[in-house]
Design a protein around this ligand. Structure first.
Ligand SMILES: NC(=O)c1ccc[n+]([C@@H]2O[C@H](COP(=O)([O-])OP(=O)(O)OC[C@H]3O[C@@H](n4cnc5c(N)ncnc54)[C@H](O)[C@@H]3O)[C@@H](O)[C@H]2O)c1
Length: 371
């Protein structure tokens, strides 16, 4: 039997809610493949609390550079506020580590392209957390759609209708272009439309609207979009933090079946429903049933997929062009909403105001400091 690969040495950067609540359980669930060796936070109290929670021999640092120099980890998990993701991802790549960074990976396409250049220089890879691609229900749906078993995709609804209150937006980095990168388009709905893009493939055109209806934020608190896909399908996308009855929902009507996913912050097989078209024989539809294994969508499943790529020395999922496509969709949605014109895939590049920032310096949506 070939020897088992060594456990990868992992450091976490940022020890707040998502790292304590989702990355730590993911590390524990993959404990035969990874060892958490270091944690970084600028807030000493949070760092101490995390090290107590981690319950292992985890070295603590208040400087990421000091940690990278001393520890030389194989993999760095980043869970800091979005404005730090670019510089911390580049620093980890330069130190030769692979990166799994929280969404959004960067605040703009320009920042994303800096990471792509750092990847090329280092030979290591940076990927972004989109855990909803990884549940067994999502893998199964993608296989069914990609194989043509459900017929041609025709029309889709992608809905992130969540509720966030004033206390949520009192956290200083939220609701600002320079620190969060945007509103629910960048921070909340991005999960669900990342899954839509994963299931339907490349988009070609976006038309959109955005508004600030309730919160005292720089960025939007609701956005809606109409999308055309390369395969001809049309979709509507809604990203809201104003919706008292919260739900995350995806519905794709294909020629032979409607696929529906209804959940809130994570899905299991039972959250996926397949409704056959009247002309579909019942034995064919019965074969669409959920797979025997039930893997919830989770950081645990995504970390496992990244470690598979690490062991095989290949680019991990949710990195490179694939991850850029989701960020490009966000930039296109903002550009379409703020200019009122349709935006086509590939049009936002260097020289476009929506390349270095999601607000595109639009006067109605400029950062408050410079407005
Ligand atoms: N994947 C998901 O479902 C999901 C859910 C929630 C949040 N997130 C993302 O996770 C990220 C963090 O969100 P959160 O809710 O955990 O925030 P948080 O405020 O709870 O935690 C952020 C931590 O980063 C630390 N920090 C700040 N500056 C730092 C620095 N320079 N070096 C090291 N540490 C530093 C803070 O002290 C804090 O402990 C955001 O990008 C957010 O969008 C993802």
């Amino acid at each position: 039997m070939p020897p088992l690969p060594a456990r990868r040495r992992v450091a976490v950067v940022g020890t707040g809610a998502i790292v304590s609540g989702s990355h730590l359980p993911a590390l524990r669930a993959n404990a035969d493949r990874v060892a958490l060796v270091a944690a970084v936070d600028v807030d000493q109290d949070r760092l101490d609390q995390f090290r107590e929670l981690a319950g292992e021999d985890v070295a603590g640092y208040t400087s990421m550079d000091a940690m990278l120099d001393a520890v030389r980890p194989d993999l760095v998990l980043i869970g800091t506020p979005p404005s730090l993701h670019r510089e911390q991802t580049v620093a980890a790549l330069k130190a030769g580590a692979w990166v799994l960074c929280e969404k959004p990976l960067t605040l703009s396409l320009a920042e994303y392209d800096e990471i792509a250049a750092a990847e090329e220089a280092s030979g290591a890879y940076a990927s972004v957390v989109f855990q909803h691609r990884y549940g067994s229900g999502a893998v199964h749906a993608r296989d069914l759609i990609a194989s043509g078993e459900l017929g041609a995709p025709l029309v889709a609804h992608c809905q992130t209708t969540w509720h966030r209150d004033a206390a949520y937006y009192a956290v200083p980095w939220r609701g600002k272009w320079s620190t969060e990168g945007g509103g629910p388009t960048m921070g909340h709905g991005i999960h669900q439309y990342d899954l839509l893009l994963h299931l339907l493939g490349p988009w070609t055109e976006v038309r959109a609207m955005a508004a600030r209806l309730v919160h005292d934020t720089e960025s939007e608190d609701v956005s809606t979009a109409l999308v055309r896909f390369e395969n001809g399908a049309l979709a509507t996308v809604v990203n809201s933090v104003l919706s008292p009855d919260e739900v995350s929902r995806l519905r794709i009507d294909c020629a032979d079946a409607t696929v529906e996913l209804t959940h809130l912050y994570g899905h299991r097989n039972d959250d996926w429903v397949y409704t056959p078209a009247p002309h579909v024989a019942s034995d064919r539809a019965a074969a669409w049933r959920a797979p025997a294994s039930d893997v919830p969508s989770s950081h645990t499943a995504q970390l496992g997929a990244l470690l598979d790529a690490y062991d095989n020395g290949v680019r991990p999922p949710n990195s490179g062009h694939e991850a850029r496509a989701t960020l490009e969709f966000a930039a296109a949605l903002y550009k379409a909403a703020f200019t009122g014109a349709p935006v086509h895939a590939g049009e936002i590049g260097p020289g476009d105001p929506f390349y270095p920032s999601m607000h595109g310096e639009h006067p109605d949506w400029a950062p408050k400091e410079s407005a």
